[in-house]
Design a protein around this ligand. Structure first.
Ligand SMILES: Cc1cc2nc3c(=O)[nH]c(=O)nc-3n(C[C@H](O)[C@H](O)[C@H](O)COP(=O)(O)O)c2cc1C
Length: 208
């Protein structure tokens, strides 16, 4: 399937079939998400993959009536780091230097630049910045899934504090920001046949 066919095929699924995706397919989509770019490469978020029915059932209480949280095959939760500080940045650069087989401190100048940019930000600004990075990964996931013909529904409509509590995210220094259901559309999902509504190309883009 070519790219535009895949993007026209995908839609935000309202109703999932009670089928389970192969773990290999889920792993491939997790890997595609992991490969997402982020500012300075800091990846200030984690991806939590939920297959357990009991956990999905507990999350349903905080899903604002969105039963697809339970009926999808896998629920993916994007959770941002709550402590983006000097230590977080230092850990990233130490890891980066090891991965690239660089000498310890080889990137000290770049690391200082990142600290100069990031550390003056308020907690709210850091949180927003981290969420922006997570949303890039969400977009990557949606497109990757469409290419693999896996159905998805991204969701911001859920009670974040409830999800954080059920998943025990605080002790990992994380907060949920956006979720994505994976699975297979139900035959009865009428949304599948609805016309895709987007701005016309003239309204959407301009050439200067
Ligand atoms: C960040 C984000 C949050 C969304 N939250 C929800 C949601 O909570 N529930 C839902 O049913 N759809 C949700 N959607 C799906 C959008 O409503 C949908 O993508 C949009 O209407 C365009 O339709 P399409 O994706 O079917 O082409 C969300 C989409 C995005 C990108």
């Amino acid at each position: 399937m070519n790219l535009l066919d895949a993007l026209n095929w995908r839609y935000a699924v309202r109703e999932f079939a009670d089928t389970t995706l192969d773990e290999e397919v889920v792993s491939e989509l997790v890997e595609a998400t992991r490969l997402s770019p982020s500012a300075y490469g800091l990846q200030p978020y984690k991806l939590i993959v939920i297959h357990s029915d009991s956990i999905k059932t507990k999350l349903l209480d905080y899903a604002m009536g969105q039963s697809k949280v339970k009926h999808c095959s896998h629920l993916l939760v994007f959770a941002v780091n709550t402590t983006i500080n000097e230590q977080f940045i230092a850990q990233h650069f130490a890891y980066f230097e090891r991965e690239r087989s660089l000498e310890n401190g080889a990137l000290a100048g770049y690391q200082q630049h990142v600290k100069d940019v990031m550390l003056p930000l308020t907690t709210e600004q850091l949180q927003q910045w981290a969420e922006n990075q997570a949303y890039i990964a969400l977009g990557n996931l949606l497109t990757s899934a469409a290419i693999r013909r896996v159905d998805t529904c991204p969701m911001a409509g859920f009670e974040k504090q409830g999800f954080d509590k059920v998943l025990g995210l605080a002790k990992h220094g994380l907060k949920s920001t956006v979720i994505c259901a994976l699975g297979e559309r139900a035959d009865s999902d009428v949304s599948a046949a609805e016309r895709k509504v987007r701005l016309s190309i003239d309204s959407f883009s301009m050439e200067l």
